[in-house]
Design a protein around this ligand. Structure first.
Ligand SMILES: C[S@@+](CC[C@H](N)C(=O)[O-])C[C@H]1O[C@@H](n2cnc3c(N)ncnc32)[C@H](O)[C@@H]1O
Length: 492
């Protein structure tokens, strides 16, 4: 039987009245974040309610970046509605270099290796690049003014509106969403990585990490990387690039062309720089923007960066389909799925206003195959069955995929605590706080996609009598069935 997962709120978020907390006698560790002085003023209004650095910190950062050999004359870090951003210091034609940041300023694996935590990170075994760069950020923050990066660390935000930083109360606004489940999954993953580095690196190296590093500190570093690393610089290439990472996102930029490159400069090209270019012409005094990622859904934007777009192509829902182990044909179905590049579980991202992903219906037909259609699962058909499943197999099979999906969509829709109409009313309000707005946009988007999927299969259910099924196609192929559906006998 096909199963389609919808995601439920973890019990601790369903009620504000859990069991009384256990009394702990240990001192609550003081988070390292107090060492990070991104300052005071909070921007309000339609944009994110983010804190912005003091004038002094910003001036200090500007002085530092140019004194370190970065070429940043084309744009200036400035307070903008999105927090900090880069504002053009002169008219910039499309493709003009906005900044060149030398490698010695990047916070990346090489910087970790060259730093005083390099040896500890190496001895910690196979640390993921983001984990070791996070430790570098935290270590450098703890070194205060002694750190090369102190002026940069001082202007980093303490938080973004990413859902990883939301309170339990704020998370209640995304009850029932896939975003909630992903957020909780990411936090659990970060927690397990934290437990590992705490045991292997932080604990045994008190000389390097004399201040307590809490999970919140580590989550902050993770959030900084997640929101500021250019998407193509992930994995081993992961690097935080001061100054270049101040560039904000605009939905108006739809070019797929990359806005940056890594270049060799100077004698024999030995001086490696990160070169950021403007994807659009920008007038002096205007903010330079880029497109962070055209393929991310609103839920992904909310999780990674803490904002969403009103563009409906960002609304999506991931259907998870799986061949149940209790299915009497489990082995055969799995074999067929694997032969066709799929597995026991398949994920399909359905986007609002777009047709269903290729192979979704084929996979669904496989999941629901049974009864008198089960002969198609026999070894004899193994190499052809996927092709057969691309078209309707039988009325029973097609009816059951329609019902499975409609039941699953309806069940997923009941997990949300508001209707699409209620969400749309809320979105008309101008006083919505940024996190509330993100929550409403994501949950409304998910529900619209679920509704769309439900409607597609409801409509299909009405058409079951008009579809052509495997047996008819087969008879036609063999020349036994006329176009109007009558059986052709040799005698006639
Ligand atoms: C790469 S940083 C850009 C610099 C950042 N604004 C700062 O103050 O340091 C990405 C973060 O900027 C903010 N941001 C960027 N583009 C935005 C947008 N279009 N709307 C709202 N916030 C945005 C989000 O907080 C995001 O996580």
């Amino acid at each position: 039987m096909a199963t389609l997962h919808h995601l439920v709120l973890p019990p601790q978020l369903l009620s504000g009245h859990g069991p009384p907390p256990l009394l702990r006698l240990s001192r609550r560790p003081r988070p390292l974040l107090h060492l990070l002085p991104r300052a005071t003023a909070a921007t309000t209004g339609t944009a994110a309610a983010v804190s912005t650095p003091s004038d002094a910190a910003l001036q200090n950062f500007r002085r530092w970046i140019s004194s370190q050999g970065a070429d940043t004359g084309a744009a200036s870090p400035t307070v903008v509605p999105e927090g900090l951003g880069l504002v053009a210091a002169r008219n910039l034609p499309r493709g003009e270099v906005v900044a060149e940041v030398p490698k010695k300023l990047w916070m990346d694996a090489d910087a970790v290796a060259a730093s005083d935590i390099g040896r500890a990170c190496r001895s910690g075994g196979d640390l993921r690049p983001w984990v070791s760069v996070s430790l570098l950020i935290l270590r450098e923050a703890a070194r205060g003014g002694d750190s090369l990066w102190a002026p940069y660390l001082a202007i980093l935000p303490r938080q973004t509106d990413s859902t990883i930083f939301w309170s339990e109360e704020e998370l209640l606004e995304i009850q029932g969403t896939q975003l909630l489940s992903t957020t909780m999954g990411v936090k659990e993953y970060v927690q397990s990585e934290f437990d590992n580095v705490e045991a292997k690196i932080i604990g045994p190296n008190k000389d390097l990490f004399p201040d307590t590093i809490t999970f919140d500190d580590f989550l902050w570093a993770f959030g900084i990387l997640r929101s500021r690393v250019f998407p193509e610089l992930r994995g081993d290439k992961l690097a935080l690039i001061p100054f270049a990472d101040l560039i904000n996102h605009s939905a108006d930029i739809t070019s797929k062309q990359s806005c940056w490159e890594i270049q060799g400069k100077g004698f024999l090209g030995r001086d490696v720089v990160f070169s950021l270019r403007t994807p659009m012409e920008v007038k002096s005094g205007e903010q330079v923007y880029v497109q962070y990622d055209l393929d991310k859904s609103n839920a992904e934007l909310a999780l990674d960066y803490g904002f969403t777009e009103t563009n409906s192509t960002r609304d999506s829902y991931t259907l998870t389909l799986e061949i149940s182990e209790s299915d009497p044909f489990y082995g055969d179905k799995l074999d067929i799925a694997e032969l066709n590049g799929m597995g026991e579980t398949a994920y399909f991202d359905v986007v609002l206003g777009e047709s269903l992903p290729p192979q979704m219906i084929t996979y669904l037909r496989l999941l629901c195959l049974g009864g008198t259609d089960a002969f198609l699962l026999e070894a004899l058909f193994r190499n052809k069955v996927w092709g057969f499943l691309e078209l309707p197999v039988s009325r029973d099979n097609e009816e059951s995929i329609c019902q499975v999906i409609q039941t699953a969509c309806k069940s997923a829709l009941t997990a949300y605590h508001t209707t699409i109409e209620e969400d749309e009313e809320l979105l008309k309000r101008e006083d919505l706080q940024s996190r509330h707005q993100i929550a409403v946009e994501v949950r409304a988007g998910e529900k619209k996609v679920l509704q769309q999927i439900n409607d597609i299969f409801k409509e299909r259910e009405q058409e079951l009598d008009d579809l052509e099924y495997y047996q008819e196609r087969r008879l036609k192929d063999l020349g036994f069935l006329g176009d109007n559906g009558d059986i052709i006998f040799w005698e006639s």
